[in-house]
Design a binder for this molecule. Structure first.
Ligand code: ADP
Length: 355
């Protein structure tokens, strides 16, 4: 009986390269097939001749062909050849199934940007949304602490032959932070371009899966990291966090100008005034404007930015953050309600295209 080339190719389509997750034809391992009567000659090409998988794949091919054609005279050659499967540009887009990416930014450090990012992520999740949180504050990652998951080590895997990192899950949120991957001292030594490329790699390699929202907590201020981030992914909008102090507001102006600059042109969803006032527990009707009154409202008006919400100063916000329990988990508290309302405003803006 004459063996046909097409029959051999059909058989070899069943041989899967375990690392690439593709059959050896799609993985460009099968280089040649020739047949003549019951003689079959196939050539398998690997990047290295002593590739650790070359033996097992050769044997699998041999078994497949011999099982189907017991009288075959088979020669399998293994050669060194170019394999293009691992080309970088073919790497899958792990953000493909993320519906909306929201960047949380601030002009200055210490204004509560990470606290707001964490609480809106939890609020979305409590509303039944699929949520991811990326801590891109590469020099001062605080998300692991805010969720009580410091010291967690994400598992590195391969999906379809490409590196993938499994995010850490807490409160139903998929969390990824540079803080899980390198010691803070190491990140502090990085120069801008290294930090930017580390961040790009984390974004590209994290297995985000299907998400309604990915919240990105960025470093304070305006930096190359922002440029890299904002140019490499499509953002639904930015949430700017500030306190009402004049010094903080001056830096917010710079951040707003960066986002609106023609090179980036990223929509600003609005501004959140954090630490807006203090109400002593024994005087629940009083509001003390410790950092100034309505500073963010004035700035919002001047720059035509929406004021998304105001969060009071509260000891419990600080305590809950330290314990890894974002305040919004307690929806009956004043702070919890303030964060929940903020999250609803943001969702409303995104879903109704109100930017
Ligand atoms: P950033 O990300 O802007 O650097 P953080 O979110 O880390 O700021 O907050 C800085 C500190 O302020 C933290 O200790 C946090 O718990 C505290 N904090 C944030 N918002 C409030 C608030 N509304 N009331 C009291 N403490 C707050």
């Amino acid at each position: 009986m004459e063996i046909e080339k097409g029959q051999i190719i059909e058989l070899l389509k069943q041989v899967i390269h375990p690392e690439y997750g593709k059959n050896i034809i799609d993985a460009e391992i099968l280089k040649e097939v020739t047949t003549s009567q019951n003689n079959v000659h196939i050539v398998l090409g690997f990047k290295r001749k002593n590739d650790p998988l070359s033996d097992s794949l050769r044997i699998t091919c041999e078994n497949k062909i011999k099982n189907a054609f017991p009288n075959v005279v088979l020669i399998i050659d293994v050669i060194e050849a170019m394999v293009h499967t691992l080309k970088k540009e073919e790497a899958p887009n792990r953000l493909a199934n993320v519906k909306h990416i929201i960047v949380v930014a601030s002009g200055k450090g210490g204004v509560g940007k990470s606290t707001v990012a964490a609480n809106i992520a939890v609020a979305f999740s409590l509303n039944g949304k699929k949520v991811g949180l990326l801590d891109a504050d590469i020099f001062g990652p605080s998300v692991p602490k805010l969720f009580g998951v410091e010291g967690s080590k994400p598992v590195a895997t391969k999906i379809g032959g490409f590196d993938a990192i499994e995010p850490i899950e807490k409160f139903g949120i998929k969390i990824m932070s540079i803080g899980f991957l390198v010691a803070p001292e190491t990140a502090l030594l990085w120069r801008g371009p290294i930090a930017s490329s580390a961040l790009k790699q984390i974004i590209q390699e994290t297995n985000w899966g299907d998400l309604d929202y990915l919240i990105v907590d960025t470093p304070p201020g305006t930096s190359d990291i922002h440029l890299t981030l904002l140019q490499s992914i499509t953002i639904a909008g930015v949430v700017v966090v500030s306190t009402p102090q004049q010094v903080a507001l001056a830096d917010v102006t710079k951040a707003v100008e960066m986002f609106r600059n023609e090179k980036l042109n990223v929509p600003i969803l609005g501004i959140v005034e954090n630490m807006a006032w203090f109400t002593p527990p024994e005087l629940p009707d009083k509001k003390y404007y410790i950092f100034g009154k309505n500073g963010c409202a004035a700035l919002a008006e001047k720059y035509h930015i929406f004021l998304l919400g105001q969060i009071p100063i509260s000891e419990s916000i600080c305590e809950n953050s330290d314990k890894g329990n974002p305040s919004v988990l307690n929806l009956s508290s004043i702070e919890g309600k303030a964060f929940a309302e903020l999250a609803l405003k943001i969702e409303d803006k995104i879903n109704n295209n109100l930017i």
